[in-house]
Design a protein around this ligand. Sequence first.
Ligand code: ATP
Length: 242
Amino acid sequence: NGNATALACRDISVNYGVVAALADVSVDFAEGMIHAVVGQNGAGKTTFARVAAGIVHPDKGTVEIGGKPVPVGNVGRARSAGIEIVHQSFALPPSFTVAEAMEFGAEGRGALYSRRDLERRWTRHLDALGVRVKPRERIRDLPVETQQAVEIARALVTDAKVLILDEPTAVLSPSGIDNLFERLKVMQANGVTIILILHKIREVLSIADTVTVLRGGKLVEGPTLTTEIDAPRLAASIIGTT
Ligand code: ATP
């Protein structure tokens, strides 16, 4: 059902001293879509993603995943509820092997998979991402695009329902971006709701079903269907000339 809400954030505020990183942000992301969140540097995109993933405890506001309230500021509870994040600077220790990375991914959700089951799962996700690596290879020895694929597979190994990627295109070449976008569409077809933090309008309009704009910590647009907004209007909304 495309109308169900995968992630709902209500009245989220985050203050860092006198800086309001987020001010009363409320947004509902529909299930099964690819959603983009855009804004200029400092608009609050990363803070928003981290609140949704339970990493940042907001000063105010609530989060619901799959229609159920999730206690804020609790990564374990957020992951159990089915949300995962891949950070802009990858989070897996570079000295980890691929197998260690996947065990790390499963543990956070208290999942009890046998080693064989886990390997079957991560192999399936890495295959879907078009990547072949050996379990004993170390993260630091892999090309950056493969490292990103391992991060994504790590996030999906416990069958996350909502996947947030924070500026995933920043580390990729143009062909790497095309490849990632193709893979994300396959994930979407498999039922994963995807939230992409992006900053290029062209990328937003080429991949996302909806776009949400943050400016100065406030929600100023969205989620708006990308079929209902064009590049000039989106640019104006991001910069604040609307
Ligand atoms: P970028 O594209 O540069 O990553 P962003 O849209 O993701 O920007 P955030 O990183 O969420 O924006 O930052 C929003 C605001 O909050 C900025 O003014 C930033 O300086 C501030 N901020 C973010 N994290 C912290 C922190 N840990 N301590 C103090 N201020 C912070």
